[in-house]
Ligand binder design. Sequence first.
Ligand SMILES: *Cc1c(COP(=O)(O)O)cnc(C)c1O
Length: 487
Amino acid sequence: MTNEPETLDPGDWDAHRAVAHRMVDDAVDYIRDIRSRPVWRDMPPTVRVRLREGVPRDGQKLDEIYRQIETDLMPYPMGNIHPRFWMWYMGASNFTGALGDFLAAILGSNLGGGDHAAAEIDKQVVGWLKEMVGYPTSASGTLVSGGSMANLIGLTVARNAMSGIDLRELGLAALTAPMRFYGSDQIHSCHQVAVETMGLGNRALRRVRSDAACRMDLSALRDAIAEDRAAGIQPACVIATAGTVNTGAIDDLDSIADLCAAEGLWMHVDGCIGALLAIAPKGRALVHGLDRADSIALDPHKWLHAPFEVGCALVRDAGAHLGTFSTTPEYLESASRGISSGTWLHDFGLQTSRGFRALKVWMALKEHGLAKFGRLIDQDLFHARYLSELITNTSGLTLCFPTAINIVCFRYDPGGLSEEALMQLNTEIMVQMQEAGIAAVSDTTVQGRHCLRAAINNHRTIPSDLDLVVAEVVRRGRALNAEAIAD
Ligand SMILES: *Cc1c(COP(=O)(O)O)cnc(C)c1O
């Protein structure tokens, strides 16, 4: 041991700079050449073993660490930045956003509170998102980790505002009647976790039947509300989905807003998929009425392609938002001047320390402009229609649900197979395409029908990518079905 003071800063700045430059150069090539790489590949056991080693006792050179990144990390991505990744529902990231994350980390800022430029940029981005969905400037909002957290924030504000009591002080035990939230049977699973976490329990979330287009059936919603009132349950909030995760269906936002106004209910919109349609010239009409919601959850890491993670909760009544989360512990008092004179962003959610997730969104919006992001959303809608038509016109393929936005549900169906055999066949096609690194689609079961699902939320996709996946599904489907018959 010496008594020399230690630091995490490099001993040799120039050597560090050289490795850092190489990383940036390689990263540019990686993105530029993404199309030529497989979407995904299975990680060899030798790599996996290295990634399960224990904590390193002693350090090694950055150069050596980067070499391991090159061999053990970069070849085995999830795949969502590839032009033929349409699995689940994700954005495809962007290089400028990645630089934003890098620079945010360079500053190392904590946005829990304080008066500094990063906090201003965070507020500016929230302001931009309010503008995008048509909210007034008086509305409130906060950047969070993603849509699940954004929904939890919105629903928690709804719970407190609708409880009729000082819920923060008294807790759920003081409620005079159990509260009920409503969503369609197509609602995202994060809402169940939210009502459970909020202490209301899963039963507090009533799933309302969806219609043939997978939209919430409004007469069923009306009946459910009336039935609950008659049973002494307090209807509190309708969760409308703008873009369901299964099929992309958009609930009738205007009618739900009318109903909420008439019934005195909070309207929350889960717009993780579809809220940003509001910025698309063609897509905009699909989310008419969105701006009437009391709260909205949206996801810049989906249709703004921000690198993960960034979601956003918006609340129309800023007082209700702040009233749900703000606290002033003695160790976080603000001063009239200096670093602690700023707004405390931790007052808008559950986190105390917060990262600078705004910068990646801010930089990409400045670089490309809102109009281009709107056009990219319309481009995804076009691609989904293109794929749907291709499917409809290809023998052996069936479109399972009408394509509402950018999610296409389909399956290979040669005829004469049971539902179970179809599910097995299509699952095998899906996994084979992933293992071959050709394309990534997911699968789901909607209203009892298993289908493959392509969520085309990808600014790198071009029509020939969609031609390719259709050809591959049919080719593999035929081969597998022939094998099955031969058996
Ligand atoms: C993605 C999604 C969520 C969850 O958002 P995360 O960002 O993954 O936490 C919630 N609702 C819908 C409709 C979604 O598509």
